[in-house]
Design a protein around this ligand. Structure first.
Ligand code: ZN
Length: 64
């Protein structure tokens, strides 16, 4: 997994395998309340790697 953007209002991650379709993208819908909405999420790794644990870790970080 590679985090491409990790700012207050935006968080984007993708698989370390360039050709893999796994991606996770959120954007802030309310800066004051720090609410995020998942804009794009493809949970399936076309590279063959399992990413469920990583996904859960990311989600927990967002929710803190
Ligand atoms: Zn992958």
């Amino acid at each position: 997994m590679v985090v491409t953007h990790n700012k207050r209002s935006r968080f984007t991650a993708k698989c370390a395998v360039k050709e893999c379709g796994w991606k996770f993208h959120t954007a802030s819908i309310d800066d004051r309340n720090e609410m995020f909405q998942v804009r794009a999420y493809n949970p399936e790794h076309t590279c063959g790697a399992g990413g469920r644990n990583l996904n859960k870790k990311i989600l927990n970080q967002l929710l803190v």
